[in-house]
Design a protein around this ligand. Structure first.
Ligand code: ADP
Ligand code: SF4
Length: 679
């Protein structure tokens, strides 16, 4: 079995799984079309005895699940890609919320989730059962057309890993104790799988060679190396990484491209089998270097393939400057964690391939009727840039007007925060495309007023003028203003971006719960200020649990000496001398009131849309006709402040809908996969 190239889309979750098979197959199809030699599934549950509801992974519990997976293998084969399937039995790493079967583990153990559920120790019959379920699933995978079948021991999730790791295996029989005994279960699964499907399918082992837990866990220097040496030639291919998932898919804020090399680079010296590794590779030079230096034989990618499904084709065709590079933000991971279809900051078409029919590289030219209509896009943040780019691609005459002398909007400031430099790729990619479009004009230092817009006479006007941070504390916790915003000691993130430096000690109040509060606390602490971080949430930057960054963010602030006050709200702020007296209260009881004296206060609570221009244009609707203006729309943060991903998506969607006539506003705007009613 030969892959057409060395580009290997490793398994990745997507929030679709068994719930949305057509949506999923269309997404994988686009990857295959984009040139990936191998395209893999996400985790595929092999039995109801290990299922991870409510998350949507794939399923191969019995033959009824085969047709859904056939959709994907057929799509991959049509485009000349090999299809791989990651068979999963997650043991104590799932509470079996849907099936209510008791989870199984090498030894009695609470499950990894916080559910009040314990996994029971497996006896010999359980081991035989899991082996048989795995074997049967491998046979069904073969029948579903897969070329590569995984035995999964990655991420602290797969049961074989639980047997291998001393942390989760206290057995005293032949499956516990020595490393050889602990590896026995993995060896048996590999042998079973080879025996069942080895004549038709390649057998892949995904193994975490380091758990990043030091000597308490598997390390690349000791047991990781020994495991590969023991099983070296048994699988047909090794897919190696580090555990757990938050380490494997670490964000750009905490690790650079190629960050796994130091752990996995020994593998090729211990086996002659081909080796796949990951490390958020987006640069062809780094990929070639990893191959040339003998770190890996095939370049594995999940996130780079999500941000740009056509990355391989672009490299093959010498169009490397067109690669839509992953920014390492993990918004893609939030889809899986929130049990909804995957989304991506860089690639707004991700997850929309089937339900909206969007392709990452192609958009039809606008229809003949509207081909003559000109467009004015006001504001060059992520929303305006993507809208202008996609309209330009559709052949529309576009002017992009930006008030400042720089393209990028909010990202100019946000990408300058600690660790976010790669976020500027959202801007760079789009600006590069725009500059090559003869039908797009960019006007910098062009703040637009309503009368100028009407004077210009563009037919279609799009207001993408962004948002600004409030400075009075209004937000989730406080539905009424809390602080006098005119106090000179009070700052918003925008003030800090504009160069204002709060005095020390400073209190950063985070009622936003995504990255901004933690980033500003980090920035100010690095600048030498004493920082108090106060949040009504139970944790710092709590929503970043969804991007798997929360523990790292909180750890970093602690390392920087930031004083953390969680589950605490501000209840009063008053001037005291040159500083402020800030009254705090527990969100649970008013019996825990306290006060902090600070020189300054930074409020990270919510943003207001900068939509004055849009409102003014709406108020002048009677003048549109004589100015040839047909429509005025407000998009991105100017419509409703959100993530960068939401702004890019808004820009893209607006461009797609430039010439679509909404005949029925009550109709569901995308296709749905309906549940078949069983009698
Ligand atoms: P979004 O995330 O929705 O794209 P941003 O805040 O990132 O929003 O970007 C908005 C951009 O719009 C900024 O670069 C800002 O300078 C620009 N802008 C705001 N008002 C005007 C205006 N009246 N004319 C031109 N550009 C404007
Ligand atoms: Fe990369 Fe962010 Fe897209 Fe995920 S969401 S693929 S991390 S750009």
């Amino acid at each position: 079995m030969i892959s057409k190239n060395r580009f290997y889309q490793v398994p990745h979750c997507n929030g679709m799984g068994h719930g949305k098979p057509s949506t999923l197959a269309a997404m994988r199809s686009v990857k295959a079309e984009g040139g990936w030699g191998v395209v893999c599934t996400e985790e595929i549950e092999i039995s109801p005895h290990s299922e991870i509801a409510p998350n949507f992974e794939g399923r191969l519990w019995d033959e009824h699940d085969v047709p859904a997976l056939l959709l994907m293998t057929q799509a991959c084969h049509e485009h000349g890609a090999l299809a791989g399937i990651e068979l999963m039995f997650n043991g104590y790493a799932t509470p079996n919320r849907y099936s209510r079967e008791i989870p199984m583990a090498p030894s009695h153990l609470p499950v990894r989730h916080l559910d009040p559920v314990q996994a029971r120790a497996m006896d010999k019959r359980d081991i035989a059962n899991v082996r048989r379920w795995h074997r049967n699933a491998a046979l069904r995978a073969r029948d579903a057309g897969f070329d590569l079948v995984y035995v999964y021991a990655g991420h602290d999730l797969g049961l074989p890993m639980h047997f291998i790791s001393r942390r989760t295996n206290r057995r005293t029989d032949e499956y516990g104790g020595s490393l050889e005994n602990r590896v026995r279960f993995l060896r048996e699964l590999i042998e079973d799988t080879k025996d069942a499907v080895g004549d038709r399918c390649g057998v892949v082992v995904r193994l975490a060679v380091d758990q990043l837990l030091g000597q308490g866990g598997i390390t690349a220097e000791s047991e990781g190396r020994d495991i590969i040496a023991m099983l070296a030639e048994l699988p047909d291919l090794w897919d190696v990484n580090i555990a757990d998932w938050s380490n494997d898919s670490i964000t750009a804020r905490f690790a650079e491209e190629g960050y796994q090399e130091r752990y996995i680079s020994f593998v090729k010296s211990v086996t002659t089998r081909p080796v796949v590794g990951v490390g958020r590779y987006t640069s062809p030079d780094a990929m070639v270097s990893a191959i040339r230096r003998g770190v890996m034989d095939m370049v594995g990618a999940a996130r780079p393939s999500i941000a740009d499904p056509f990355l391989p084709n672009k490299i093959n065709q010498g169009r490397t400057d067109e690669i839509r590079e992953c920014i390492g933000c993990n918004i893609c991971v939030t889809g899986d964690n929130l049990c909804v279809p995957i989304r991506c900051t860089q690639n707004p078409t991700m997850g929309e391939e089937w339900r909206r029919g969007w392709h990452p590289e192609r958009i039809a030219p606008v229809n003949a009727k509207q081909a003559q209509e000109t467009a004015l896009v006001i504001g060059a943040g992520p929303a305006g840039l993507e809208l202008a780019r996609a309209l330009g691609q559709r052949g529309v005459e576009v002017m992009l007007a930006e008030a400042t002398r720089q393209l990028g909007g909010r990202l100019i400031h946000e990408a300058a925060l600690p660790g976010l430099a790669s976020w500027m790729r959202v801007v760079d990619h789009r600006v590069h495309q725009l500059k090559r479009m003869p039908n797009v004009t960019i006007a910098l230092e062009s703040p637009m007023s309503a009368s100028e817009v009407l004077d210009f006479g563009f037919n279609r006007v799009f207001v993408a003028t962004g948002a600004h941070w409030r400075k009075d504390g209004l937000g989730r916790q406080h539905r009424q203003p809390l602080v006098d915003p005119t106090l000179p000691q009070v700052f918003s993130p925008d003030d800090v971006f504009a160069g204002a430096m709060p005095s020390s000690p400073v209190l950063v109040y985070d009622d936003d719960h995504y990255v901004m509060g933690g980033l500003l606390a980090e920035k100010l602490a690095r600048a030498g200020l004493e920082v108090h971080f106060v949040t009504p949430a139970a944790k710092v930057s709590e929503w970043t649990d969804m991007t798997m960054e929360q523990a790292r963010i909180q750890g970093r602030l602690l390392e920087l000496g930031v004083h953390l006050h969680t589950a605490v709200e501000i209840v009063g702020v008053s001037p005291a001398g040159t500083g402020l007296a800030i009254q705090l209260d527990s969100i649970y009881t008013s019996a825990r009131q306290s006060a902090l004296s600070c020189a300054s206060l930074v409020l990270v609570t919510m943003r207001d849309p900068c939509d004055e221009l849009w409102r003014e244009l709406l108020a002048k609707r009677e003048l549109w006709h004589e100015s040839a203006v047909l429509t005025v729309e407000c998009i991105g943060d100017a419509c409703a402040p959100g993530t960068v991903a939401a702004a890019v998506y808004a820009g893209h969607k607006t461009a797609r809908e430039f010439d679509s006539v909404i005949t029925d506003p009550d109709a569901v705007p995308f296709r749905r996969e309906m549940i078949r009613i069983e009698s």
